[in-house]
Design a protein around this ligand. Sequence first.
Ligand SMILES: [Ca+2]
Ligand SMILES: [Ca+2]
Length: 356
Amino acid sequence: MGKLVFISIVIAALSALFGERLVNLRKITLASRELVQNHLPNCVTLKNLDYGSEDITILGNGLAFISTGLRFPGMPSSDVTSKIFALDLKDPRLKPVELRMPRSFDLDSFNAHGISVYIDPTDGTIYLFVVNHPHHKSQVEQFKFLEDDFSLLHVKTIKHELLYSVNDIVAVGVEAFYATNDHYFTHPILKGLVEPFLALPWSNVVYFSPEEVKVVSEGYYSANGINISPDKGHVYVADVLDHNVHVLERKEDNALVSVKSVAVGSLCDNIEVDPETGDLWLGCHPNGWKLFMFDVKDPPGSEVIHIQNIHSDQPVVTQAYADNGEVIMGSSVAAPYGGKLLIGTVFHKALCCDLK
Ligand SMILES: [Ca+2]
Ligand SMILES: [Ca+2]
């Protein structure tokens, strides 16, 4: 049975059962919206990054970390296993380099998703946290980045029953992070087919530290990207199916208190924060249906949303880039540095453009 037929049957069955609850179909498609091409100057596709670059984060010195090769239920993927690349944005050659991994680490089942960096203020050690889905489970890998030989040292694997469907993380300490669970169910059929079509606000955000693990925010349709303000006082969470970004205040006990949500008009995935301006940059899916039902003749497009002054009464939400899938499909992250913008995707190529 073809994927389309199967999904149509599932949707018909769900419609009969839940009727009006199927509002997520409208949330997923955004089909009424016409995507107009809005390209940036001097875009180049990055070498070696042809199998997705789901998440990207950039250090203050211009070194970008890129997670590649995500295999996610319902999305196109290759047989290539995940790798972590680094790209020096100060080097005009713009050549991503694969980071060497320890032999002891299981590379065959490595399935990298969201990433986050934490620099230990006491000794400058750079820790890279990577969401990993070996055999479609969820766990977080902590690595130490060794700059001298461009390699990653595996520190530990973190597993917990509250970390059951992790999409992205933001590290807030050497051993502490916030994580989004993008689904409530973990069974592949319930997770991949049933849940996306029901309007169930059952997804959440978890705080993890060796001392304490707790749900700190809930009520999301699908919490996806997560990041933190430069002063570490606020956390931002993208609800991909509710087309908004939630602003949450961080309390002393690491609890999160909702401040507001900002509409973004697209299915936004990962969030990067400009360390100087505090602006948010989001890789978004202009039509989730096209992403889910991948058809090369009618490909999913890409969209980058930029939010300025998010804490003011009138945040400025602008579209920084849009493409109908001719150039780049399924953008999941956008990260600015020094007048350039890196755009990564769930399963396609990665771009580097000039912002002006
Ligand atoms: Ca991330
Ligand atoms: Ca994501």
